[in-house]
Design a protein around this ligand. Structure first.
Ligand SMILES: NC(=O)c1ccc[n+]([C@@H]2O[C@H](COP(=O)([O-])OP(=O)(O)OC[C@H]3O[C@@H](n4cnc5c(N)ncnc54)[C@H](O)[C@@H]3O)[C@@H](O)[C@H]2O)c1
Length: 323
């Protein structure tokens, strides 16, 4: 992508040391934007910011976003035009075991971002929402207007955050965008995270020469989207020309089964043992698929990385990096 150096444009990225955050930071820097990443390193890693740290347009602050006063001061000093808020407790399981921590990281932190944006006249806030707000709604493909039935405190907090943003955008007249990511995959996804996508878990197994375990018959499908596409949508939303609040599915609109995914892995790792199939886990969602049209219509966004290409690049990068 061509770089138009524009240090006057400043974007603050919370959760910038994380998987999606660090790719979003890299893309903003590629476009010549000044970037401040704020992250408490709860699940993120400074190593994810290795490329970013080479840029003079990049700064990093180790800070908990939920600590409203400290975060407000950071926003006041940097005075960004947009905040991309990705910091979160990302484990669905942890949100079930520790709902208070989920509330702090996934609701209070959003309110902290809203307060700082309002006080510091930040006109654009982008929020990392999730397909988890739809729960196991069987009416596929899921549209932005589909019924919301979150099945975990994590999904509930994402939906609550959307409501807070919608109200704030209407009250204080700024632009807020909730990007509802489906299954994101790509380099720097931490396979140790319990929330981590199935693709990163498969990849770490194959890299160790181990056999992946599939719960169920492998026919379950997901809408997998590359982290490059997700980062691009975050940046597009941060420049959104729309007023008020909008929520978008960030998905491809294509359903891929785990068996299809395994076939691609097998081509890359032909010597691995046969896959082990175990009984499906209760509560696992069988099919998930998003409708991508609204984001295309309103913002001109559509996913551009084909799964096979994205997956091959992901495997390649994991083979050549220690991060
Ligand atoms: N990966 C996916 O498939 C997916 C799907 C839907 C939604 N999301 C959402 O996207 C966002 C990014 O997720 P990710 O997959 O990159 O996970 P990640 O764990 O790599 O990134 C989250 C980052 O937020 C930081 N963080 C957490 N709480 C914080 C706080 N209070 N203050 C400052 N920093 C804090 C963590 O240290 C981490 O760097 C999250 O909001 C997540 O809920 C991800």
């Amino acid at each position: 992508m061509q770089k138009h150096h524009n240090p006057e444009r400043r974007v603050l990225v919370t959760g910038g040391a994380g998987f999606i955050g660090s790719h979003t930071v890299d893309l903003l820097l590629e476009q010549g934007t000044s970037v401040l990443a704020v992250d408490n390193l709860a699940t993120g890693h400074e190593a994810n910011l290795e490329t970013a740290k080479k840029s003079t347009d990049f700064r990093f602050e180790c800070q908990d976003v939920a600590q409203a006063d400290a975060f407000h001061q950071i926003v006041e000093r940097f005075h960004p035009q947009a905040i991309i808020h990705l910091a979160a407790l990302v484990s669905v399981q942890e949100s079930i075991h520790n709902p208070a921590l989920n509330f702090e990281r996934n609701v209070l932190a959003t309110q902290s971002v809203i307060d700082a944006a309002q006080k510091c006249d930040v006109r654009n806030v982008v929020f990392a929402s999730s397909a988890a707000i739809y729960g196991d709604n069987p009416e596929l493909p899921l549209r932005e207007t589909s019924e919301k039935q979150p099945l975990s405190p994590y999904g509930g907090a994402k939906l609550a955050s959307e409501a807070l943003l919608m109200a704030a955008a209407n009250t204080y007249h700024f632009t807020a965008t909730a990007n509802r990511y489906f299954n994101v995959y790509g380099p720097r996804q931490d396979p140790k995270s319990p929330y981590s996508g199935v693709l990163s878990i498969f990849l770490s197994r194959f890299l160790q020469g181990q056999t992946p375990t599939v719960f169920g018959d492998g026919q379950q499908t997901r809408d997998f989207i590359s982290v490059q596409d997700v980062a691009r949508m975050n940046v597009m939303a941060a420049c959104s020309p729309l007023d008020g609040f909008h929520a978008f599915n960030v998905c491809t609109g294509s359903a891929t089964s785990l068996l299809d995914i395994l076939a691609v892995f097998r081509e890359q790792f032909p010597d691995t043992h046969e896959t082990v199939f175990k009984e499906a886990r209760p509560g696992d969602i069988i099919h998930s698929l998003g409708a991508p049209e609204f984001a295309r219509e309103k913002l001109g966004f559509s996913a551009s990385v084909p799964l096979r290409e994205g997956l091959t690049a992901y495997i390649e990068s994991a083979r050549t990096t220690t991060v």
